[in-house]
Design a protein around this ligand. Structure first.
Ligand SMILES: C[S@@+](CC[C@H](N)C(=O)[O-])C[C@H]1O[C@@H](n2cnc3c(N)ncnc32)[C@H](O)[C@@H]1O
Length: 350
């Protein structure tokens, strides 16, 4: 028999195929960075899904789990999930990309703070922020979810404009930075694909600023966005332009830009770019053709109400750090911006 409460915390059981003699055991374990550094050194992900056993009988899986506990590897929080083997294998496979992406963002979180600071980087300031704010409209008094909030600078800007903001990100390190820099604001560790910390129909407006190209499960995230919006609520989604991969561009001395495609544009593909700027890590992102985004939005139930390819406008030329950045912004499409609506009557959002 498995203990009901292996860690002094909640144990979740999923039905096991009644005919099955041998089942699988999956343990989800979470650790808080500050309290559990020794755990984190041994387990590469801050939140990792560990496959204890996919073949062993439950009893030996339980033994295995107990050993982890005794050795002090798992202390912060444990959920025990028992599932039939086939379900488990699918689950473990689907989550490996999410784990890897989450590890990556934890690794680069401190460098990301240098990248965006408190105002956003120059691409945001010159090109996409004006579109984001135009699509968002007057946020005063709205309940706003900053999905994939990173270090939280946009959450703070939303709060400064009078919104009641919650920021979520699956990177614990990003959230730790956001909480430290903006104490008193609400930030949660949560994945956009589940948004477990958020109730259905809770928000008037959701903003995901440069997140969707970084998340492995596009449809899962968009479905969750739809779920947490009130009827009539809106989503503003800004993400890197999938047609013009900036990491694979060459710029001639005269300024002409050439984009390279090492694979078919129509393929969905996990991509790894070499480090750029001050970053020391490779960058993981996910290519999908533009139409896949459109289809995901429609399939979740959204109406697409606006679309823009942000570019610098004359009134912002003076904000460019240098002539090269200004020239780039004039000719290079860095991002796309969508405004989506969850149709319904009860909207606070206009
Ligand atoms: C390019 S950064 C943008 C961060 C922030 N929105 C900004 O504009 O600075 C992408 C962010 O998305 C987060 N992210 C990616 N996939 C996610 C997911 N499935 N759930 C929650 N956060 C995710 C990453 O941890 C990272 O903080």
């Amino acid at each position: 028999m498995l203990p009901d409460d292996v860690s002094g915390r909640r144990v979740v059981r999923y039905p096991v195929n009644p005919g099955s003699q041998r089942a699988s055991c999956l343990v989800l374990f979470e650790a808080e960075p500050e309290r559990e550094m020794n755990v984190l050194e041994k387990i590469p992900a801050l939140v990792r899904i560990g496959l204890i056993s996919s073949h062993q009988p439950l009893k030996s899986a339980a033994e295995c789990l107990r050993r982890f506990l005794v050795e002090g590897l798992l202390r912060a929080h444990i959920q025990l999930v028992i599932r039939p083997k086939d379900v488990l294998q699918k689950f473990a496979m689907n989550n490996s990309e999410a784990d890897e992406t989450q590890d990556f963002w934890n690794r680069v979180a401190d460098d990301w703070k240098i990248q965006v600071g408190t105002r956003g980087d120059s691409n945001r300031i010159l090109n996409s922020d004006p579109v984001l704010w135009r699509f968002a409209g007057n946020v005063k008094g709205l309940k706003v979810l900053d999905a994939g909030c990173g270090t939280g600078y946009l959450s703070k800007q939303l709060a400064d404009r009078g919104a009641n903001v919650t920021g979520v990100d699956f990177s614990e390190r990003m959230i730790a930075i956001a909480r430290k820099d903006y104490p008193g604001m609400e930030f949660h560790v949560d994945s956009c694909t589940s948004l477990q910390t958020v109730d259905e129909g809770e928000f008037d407006l959701l903003i995901a600023n440069y997140v969707l190209m970084d998340t492995p499960d596009l449809q899962g995230a968009v479905n969750a966005f739809f779920r947490v919006l009130k009827p009539g609520g809106a989503a503003v989604l800004v993400f890197s332009h999938p047609c013009f991969p900036q990491g694979d561009a060459t710029i001639a001395s005269g300024g002409e830009v050439t984009y390279h495609w090492a694979f078919s544009y129509f393929r969905q593909k996990k991509c790894v770019d070499p480090p750029w700027g001050h970053f020391s890590s490779d960058f993981i992102w996910f290519h999908r053709p533009l139409s896949d985004y459109w289809k995901a939005f429609k399939s979740a139930g959204f109406d697409v109400v606006d679309f823009e390819e942000p570019r610098v406008t004359e009134d912002r030329y003076h904000l460019a750090d240098n002539p090269k950045k200004l020239a780039n912004s004039k000719i290079r499409p860095y991002s796309v911006a969508f405004k989506l609506k969850k149709s319904g009557e009860a909207a606070k959002f206009g």
